[in-house]
Design a protein around this ligand. Structure first.
Ligand code: BG6
Length: 479
């Protein structure tokens, strides 16, 4: 629990991230009585708003973004924490109004702004004397920098100003319940722990598909694209959890050092890039606000990777993510090798498969073979499908990612935040992808919205005798 009163200051409080994720997460914490009464939330923005009008602008987001039914009483309690402060983050003079001059306060800042502003805000906080009293931590939203070199420079600057132990680099996927569950499934079950290697695993797929487009984030997205927006952080986190060796314990140091080992040894074999096109009423990416009419930015990425690690050498690993697809689903599919020997060959058993469903459905699906009931000797796939999110209590009890992570940061728990080493490696990986794009002259494929992405991504797997495992595979097995 916190010892000192906390002041939480959000820079970029009229942006998409704050409305969509941060405020609903804070509101949910209030629903669970997890916001300390003394907590002050200062929302900084350039717009001319009062605390009252700011809250009004946030209301619909709280209503639709919360996993709990909206309650006036909770909202009234929540509103009391919020103060809106109109200021320009680039104006040093404006920062004087933030200075509490109280050494008995903990400060936590959230930089929900483009990375170009990280250094300016940090410098201005320092130069205006804001960092002189009390303790000061900072939560950094991705991307950490505009490119590899900028990220390194920025990291140095911010470490000097705040100190590494006060920097919380957020990757909200780490706050998702089922990602935390990957290690449990892998290492708490002899069945999976024993066969988690190239002798038993034929292929691994990771899918993160989204139905939404880029929303109001044209300017940011033009710079980031899907590689920086999704692959570099969220997908690599997932991948490293799937491939990493057993950590000594659950400390961030042990886990992240094993993740780092994975990231050091991945190589790209194929890269497919796509961009969503106009379909019916849905705009093409190039028609979105603040997007160049001939933009070459990718909104879809499919990758084939291989790892150097002896345990997985030769196992094809496919990753895909895209916007404006026909399904919102994040899941990991592990396909096992067929059983050797002739005993069942003529009965064509299907390959066993484990699917870890991350979101929006949370659960674990395991497909295996059994005898079909009847007089004949027939084999049929059956499945065990544990649907964690189907259980009402669980849906309510499972905190959303930002909710968990903000609560952890308020309690100074850095377990689920990324260290610099990891971030540095993910930047290097993103650079190798960009280089790969140039070296192999990878074309941008236009794909219709509301479909399954570019055909080339299907062909990539088909050439290897495989196909993408659909999120609703459940239907295929015999129950
Ligand atoms: C964010 C990306 O980090 O993750 C967004 O910037 C993306 O573009 C979002 O939509 C996806 O998160 P989730 O939790 O909805 O899968």
């Amino acid at each position: 629990m916190m010892n000192k009163p906390l002041v939480f200051t959000i820079f970029g409080s009229t942006g998409d991230l704050t409305y969509r994720k941060l405020l609903p997460a804070l509101y949910q914490l209030e629903t669970r009585h997890l916001l300390p009464e003394s907590l002050k939330i200062r929302c900084i923005g350039r717009k001319n708003l009062t605390s009252q009008t700011y809250l009004e602008s946030a209301l619909s987001w709280l209503q639709k973004g919360s996993r709990f039914p909206f309650e006036q009483e909770v909202y009234d309690r929540f509103s009391k924490h919020i103060t809106y402060i109109e200021m320009s983050i680039t104006e040093l003079n404006d920062y004087s109004q933030l200075n509490e001059k109280n050494k008995d306060i903990d400060h936590l800042y959230y930089f929900a702004v483009a990375p170009e502003f990280f250094e300016i805000i940090a410098n201005h906080l320092k130069d205006s004397g804001n960092l002189e009293y009390g303790s000061h931590g900072v939560i950094l939203e991705k991307p950490f920098g505009v490119d590899e070199n900028h990220a390194r420079y920025l990291n140095e600057r911010l470490s000097i100003i705040f100190g590494e132990d006060k920097i919380y680099r957020i990757d909200h996927y780490l706050g998702k319940e089922m990602i935390q569950n990957i290690l449990t499934i892998r290492f708490a079950n002899r069945l999976f722990e024993g066969i988690w290697n190239k002798d038993y695993i034929q292929e691994i797929q990771i899918t993160a598909s989204e139905t939404i487009g880029i929303e109001n984030r044209g300017a940011y997205y033009e710079q980031a694209g899907a590689i920086q927006d999704m692959v570099q952080n969220h997908l690599l986190q997932l991948l490293s959890y799937v491939l990493m060796d057993k950590p000594h314990d659950f400390s961030p140091r042990s886990i992240q050092s094993k993740q780092v080992d994975v990231l050091k040894g991945i190589k790209t074999k194929h890269l497919i890039l796509g961009q969503y096109d106009k379909t019916g009423d849905l705009l093409a990416y190039r028609e979105e606000a603040k997007v160049d009419h001939s933009s070459q930015t990718e909104t879809y990425v499919a990758l084939e990777l291989e790892v150097e690690d002896e345990r997985f050498k030769g196992v094809p690993i496919f990753l895909r993510t895209g916007k404006r697809l026909n399904q919102k689903a994040t899941y990991i599919s592990v396909i096992f090798k067929p059983v050797e020997g002739a005993l069942f060959e003529h009965l064509a058993p299907q390959q066993e498969m484990l699917i870890i469903k991350i979101a929006p459905d949370e659960g674990v699906y395991f497909r295996f073979n059994a005898k079909k009931p009847g007089l004949a000797q027939q084999v049929t796939p059956v499945m065990m499908d544990f649907c964690q999110s189907c259980i009402y209590e669980n849906r309510i009890n499972t905190p959303e990612a930002y909710e968990r992570l903000l609560n952890d940061a308020f309690n100074k728990d850095k377990t689920l935040f990324t260290n610099w080493n990891m971030v540095d490696l993910t930047w290097s990986f993103a650079s190798t992808l960009n280089q790969f794009r140039k070296d192999h002259n990878v074309k941008l494929e236009l794909y219709p919205s509301d479909g399954s992405g570019p055909k080339q991504a299907d062909d990539l797997l088909e050439e290897k005798g495989s196909s993408w495992i659909p999120a609703d595979i459940t239907d295929e097995a015999y129950t």
